[in-house]
Ligand binder design. Structure first.
Ligand code: 5AD
Ligand code: SF4
Length: 472
């Protein structure tokens, strides 16, 4: 599943954020739209495609929903809580409609796909429902909704990749950008709703990906994150040149654009990540030494129920392989506590696998049954909520210790850091990230460096979540 470059952008429970470009001249557009995104990086990336389509349709972005003619919420269905948060928000946003009845409210993304017309027809929460593969039809749907018709398009596609659409970068720091390389997922993990909400897997034209990355680099961006639910199964047949592009080759093509452009990617599936990919990471200094390798569970029996198609031993062998080919690689994970029938011993197996893997960071959840998934149909959600929460709590505590230990191992080492802005706490400090995706904070001092620059920073101290250091 999708993860991300920065902890903030990666947080599946992340609250919605209003996104608008800093410098759009709204004057040139006759109408204004406001968009809020929830969930994974793919949603944030999709909102940038939506912004581009809306620009073409005569809408400029605003950060203030009160002045918008069109309010859009790009939603997540991954866990029940994500959907609850969105419902609450939609109820709040409807108040804008009381003040200005002409305002249209639309729901995009996974909840639109999962619930289809329900939010519009039964709950009357929205005027517009648009699934992840239907964004090109937004201008037509808006026109329909303006005349009071029901505007719903939740058709999934086997081809749509929005390859030709140049995303409008929203809320950007001008340094790091997401680039979608594929859509959908064919994996059918039994707990996961994504294959139903985002449809079949399809890869985007390699040339369009490289062009988008090159343009970002030409515009001063220093980091791209290639996004897909399962990047290792990226596969593009270039019919013109009669060649095939694998994920390892795509990584290399993007790395060669500019040695100063950092390349990240997300998410890898343990069953699919190849030695080719690992060797490509090792070969290019600008491909970051960081792999998000979700394990989900440390028990082979539970992994089988989850339909992850690997065993505990297979996963351990992958971690060993990563460490042998890329010795200083950061590894992070996604973990689900309390999946159907999980025993206390199996929970302990998850914890021992976390110890073995020495994750630098993890995204940890308790199991939330999703309607329509294989698990919901086949297995009873039989672990009591308090047991799920206690197991999750143990997993979180263990991860905190592992993260702290990982940071302590970095003390005294020097890293190449890309500065991404002022530290949250003090304008006297910079904040940046190492290749391994760790956040590091260090005093600006009298050094003549800026946001977007690379600097060498020596680690002098750390907390659980952050390295502290000084420029050397
Ligand atoms: N319950 C809990 N966590 C889930 N995830 C996906 N589906 C569920 C679910 N039904 C987690 C997985 C995935 C991450 C993005 O979200 O760990 O990798
Ligand atoms: Fe990720 Fe599995 Fe869901 Fe696909 S089905 S999105 S691989 S968790």
């Amino acid at each position: 599943m999708l993860d991300l470059i920065s902890q903030k952008k990666h947080d599946e429970n992340r609250q919605g954020e209003a996104f608008a470009p800093e410098a759009v001249d709204v004057q040139q557009f006759s109408k204004k739209f406001y968009i809020e995104s929830y969930g994974c990086a793919m949603n944030f990336s999709d909102s940038e495609v939506v912004a581009s389509i809306l620009h073409e349709g005569g809408f400029g972005a605003t950060r203030n929903f009160e002045e918008a003619d069109l309010i859009l919420v790009n939603t997540c269905s991954i866990r029940e809580k994500a959907e609850q948060t969105v419902r609450q928000r939609l109820t709040e946003l409807r108040k804008a409609k009381q003040r200005n009845p002409g305002t249209l409210i639309g729901v995009l993304g996974c909840m639109a796909e999962r619930l289809k017309g329900k939010l519009l027809e039964e709950e009357k929460l929205v005027d517009l429902v648009v699934g992840p593969d239907a964004y090109r039809t937004l201008p037509g749907l808006i026109a329909e909704a303006e005349t009071g018709q029901k505007a719903v398009n939740v058709l999934l596609s086997r081809e749509e990749t929005y390859a030709d659409i140049a995303p409008v970068r929203l809320n950007t720091d001008g340094i790091a950008a997401f680039v979608s390389i594929m859509r959908g997922c064919n994996n059918m993990c039994s707990f996961c709703v994504v294959p139903f909400t985002r449809g079949r897997e399809r890869s985007r034209d390699a040339a369009s990906i490289v062009n988008e990355c090159r343009q970002l680099s030409d515009n001063g961006y220093k980091e791209v994150t290639l996004l897909g639910q399962n990047v290792d199964s990226y596969y593009w047949v270039d019919e013109k040149n009669d060649t095939i592009v694998t994920f390892a080759q795509l990584l290399e093509m993007v790395a060669l654009i500019n040695p100063d452009l950092r390349v990240r990617f997300s998410t890898s599936h343990p069953k699919d990540i190849t030695d080719d990919v690992l060797h490509t990471i090792a070969k290019y200094e600008n491909i970051c030494n960081y792999i998000h390798l979700p394990v989900q569970s440390g028990s082979t029996r539970v992994l089988q129920l989850m339909n992850r198609t690997y065993t505990r031993e297979w996963y351990i062998a992958k971690v060993d392989r990563i460490r042998s080919i890329i010795p200083d690689c950061g590894i992070s994970s996604d973990i689900i506590a309390g999946f159907c029938t999980e025993t206390e011993e199996e929970h302990q197996e998850t914890m021992s696998l976390m110890e073995y893997s020495q994750y630098d960071m993890s995204y940890m959840f308790f199991y939330s049954e999703r309607p329509g998934t294989l698990a919901a149909r086949r297995y009873e959600d039989d672990i009591p909520e308090e047991v799920k929460k206690r197991r999750l709590d143990e997993i979180v505590k263990l991860q905190n210790r592992l993260s702290h230990e990982s940071n302590q191992r970095d003390m005294g080492k020097t890293f190449k850091v890309l500065i991404d802005g002022d530290s949250k706490k003090s304008a006297n400090d910079w904040k940046g990230r190492t290749s391994q995706n760790k956040t590091i904070v260090f005093p600006k001092g009298s050094h003549d460096v800026n946001k977007g620059d690379y600097v060498m920073v020596k680690v002098t101290d750390c907390t659980v979540a952050t390295l502290l250091g000084e420029i050397v």
